[in-house]
Every structure is written in C-alpha cells, then in structure tokens.
Design a binder for this molecule. Structure first.
Ligand code: IPM
Ligand code: MG
Length: 352
C-alpha cells in the first residue's frame, strides 16, 4: 500500500527515538512491498527556535495530508521558564486538537524478562496486560487559563458528548479483550467527574451491559495500579488523570521508555508517540530507549494503515530483541547497555 507519514522528531531525545521508529517503518515497507513516503517537520522547542511557533503551519498542513503522524517528544529547559510566552507543549496540545484525536490508547504490556527492571515484586506483575484509554482533547489541559501576580486558574470542562465518545472507544476495546472496563474519576470532589460517572454508568448500562464495569476514584486507582495491576483490562479516564496514571503504570513495564501510544479520532488518521517526554538529562547521548516509539510505529501500522500482520511483526521483533538480552540503560541490570542505535539495529535485523 501507499502511505504518507509525517514524522515530527521534536526536542531532546525526540529525534533519536523518532529516527528509530521511522527506520522500522521503512524496513517494514521494504520487506512487505509497501511504499511509505515520509515528511519530516518541526514541532515544539525546535519549531519555536526556527519560526517562533511551536506548531508551524507547514507542520499542520503535512499532518493533515498524512495517513499518520509519528512524533518523538517535545520540551526542554531552554523553553520552560515559568514566564515563557510560548511553550513547546502548546504545539503538541494544538496538534492533538487540530487532528481531533480524542482517544489516546496506552497499552501496558509486561515482558517477563524485564521484571527485574520494575521496582514491584515479580509476583504482582504476573499477567499484567491493560490498556489505558486517556481522553486527550478536553478537560483541564484545554480550559481557559488565567494568571496574575498572586493567583492563577485552569478551568476543567467536559461535555456529555466528550465523555460518551471516549467511553465507547474504551468499551469496544474491552469487548475484544477480557470484557472489563474500569472508569477512573474524582466524583467525590469534582463536578466534571460526577458528570463523567453518570454519563458512563448510563451509557454502559444501555449499550454495553455485558461488559463488567468498575469505578474507581483516581487516588484509589493510583494505589490499585500497584497493588493489583493484573486485574485491570481497560481503564478509561480523563485527560490529566490519564497522563499521571500512565507514567505510574510505565513502572510496571520497567521504564517510562517502554510505553507506546496511539491517539485516534473518527478517521483512520492517527498520531503515534511514546508516552515519555524529551528527557533533557540524556538528550544527545544516544542512549534513549526506543521501544516506546518503535511500539508506537507498530500501533501506527495497525490502526492507521490496517496492516495488522506488519504491526505484529514489529511487536515480535521488539520481543525477540528483549528476549535476546539487549537492554538500553534504563532497563539494564549491568553497567553494559546498548545505545539507541544498537537496539534499533537489532530490531531491524529481526525484521529482515
Ligand atoms: C504525555 C506528555 C504530554 C501530556 C506533555 C508533554 C504535554 O506528558 O503525552 O503524556 O501531558 O500530555
Ligand atoms: Mg505524560
């Protein structure tokens, strides 16, 4: 098949991991007889430096024309002063909004070989296999913001429509898995959460009565994720809770560098990015873990290009390399660790 893919490397370790993801996609095209055209564009801090805008018009145009977008990471100390007028993260939020990718799927898969990289006891990790569905284009991230010398505010708003469409995505996923959905909110305190809960309860009773629905407050969910992670199948939650809980959940997999994500809307076009940030502390060292981005490339093949066999091939390649013992520094037991490039080459070899 022919596909146009925009690559947005971004900042910090973003370019390193984006290069890894792109080379895996190129290898897949070569091995499976597809023709992928890549358009590389700026986003984030580097885009601010080049154009003054964290999401330049050229980048938007390329993404909109594309079948899928692969993103590295945005942000860094250079652009993060508390009084900065324009921030790299604004580019990412604007992109998610512009592409209307409201459903952010964050699968948490455990490789048994990496159990020692997780701070949790191996017994607790057994059988962990969940997807967190994070609402991505609403909530406190996008509400009106005010700031004066002595006070500040961030407005959190959700509509029935926004809750219904994300819960439907999560329920459909659960129906194809273990049939369990956990909705996470803070309904004992927040009005948006009370709307979230009543809309979810009603929709699930009406449309998905065969799915087992559990409801947790976000503070309890943060604890249950560590005490009984294997119980979760699909978790659905609002934007900020999903951001926080998935960084927590990444430690089940051993490292923030392991988790991929797919952001989907109502068309086939999706945005694919690892859940980690730009990691300024290791930027430019060539040691970032590319697993989250390579696994995101697999999700791109599956969800935007409907190439499930190719997606499975990429996932199997990552698994084989991990099983073979190669480790980047974040998941290594010993001082001897692979570079981003070495790990990526090993994945590419598996694919040939
Ligand atoms: C993520 C990141 C972003 C978010 C930042 C970089 C704006 O933490 O994708 O999880 O908060 O959504
Ligand atoms: Mg995050």
């Amino acid at each position: 098949m022919d596909a146009l893919i925009t690559v947005l490397p971004g900042d910090g370790i973003g370019p390193d991991v984006a290069r890894a993801g792109r080379s895996v996609l190129a290898r897949i095209a070569e091995r499976h007889g597809h023709h992928f055209t890549f358009s590389e564009q700026h986003i984030g801090g580097i885009a601010i430096d080049e154009t003054g805008d964290p999401l330049p018009a050229d980048s938007i145009a390329s993404c909109k024309e594309s079948d899928a977008v692969l993103l590295g990471a945005v942000g860094g100390p250079k652009w993060s002063a508390p009084d900065a007028k324009v921030r790299p993260e604004q580019g990412l939020l604007a992109l998610r909004r512009t592409l209307e990718v409201f459903a952010n799927l964050r699968p948490v898969k455990i490789f048994p070989e990496l159990a020692s990289a997780s701070p949790l006891k191996p017994g607790i990790l057994e059988g962990v296999d969940m997807i967190v569905v994070r609402e991505l284009t609403g909530g406190i991230y996008f509400g009106e913001k005010t700031r004066s010398e002595d006070s500040a505010s961030d407005l959190c708003t959700y509509s029935r429509h926004e809750v219904e469409r994300i819960v439907r995505v999560a329920a459909k996923l659960a129906a194809g898995r273990r049939g369990k959905l956990c909705s996470v909110d803070k309904a004992n305190v927040l009005e948006t959460s009370r709307l979230w809960r009543s809309v979810t309860d009603a929709l699930m009773a009406q449309e998905y009565s065969d799915i087992e629905l559990e409801t947790l407050l976000v503070d309890a969910a943060a604890m249950h994720l560590l005490s009984r992670p294997a119980d979760f199948d699909v978790i659905v939650t609002e934007n900020m809770f999903g951001d926080i809980l998935t960084d927590e959940a990444s430690m089940l997999a051993g490292s923030l560098g392991m988790l991929p994500s797919a952001s989907l809307g109502s068309t086939h076009r999706g945005l694919y990015e690892p859940i980690h940030g730009s990691a300024p502390d290791i930027a430019g060292k060539g040691i970032a873990n590319p697993c989250g981005t390579i696994a995101s490339a697999a999700l791109l093949l599956r969800y935007s290009l409907a190439l499930d066999e190719e997606a499975k091939a990429v996932e199997a390649a990552i698994e084989a390399v991990i099983r073979g013992g190669l480790r980047t520094a974040d998941i290594a037991d010993s001082a001897k660790a692979a570079t981003t490039e070495e790990f990526t080459q090993a994945v590419l070899e598996q694919l040939s």
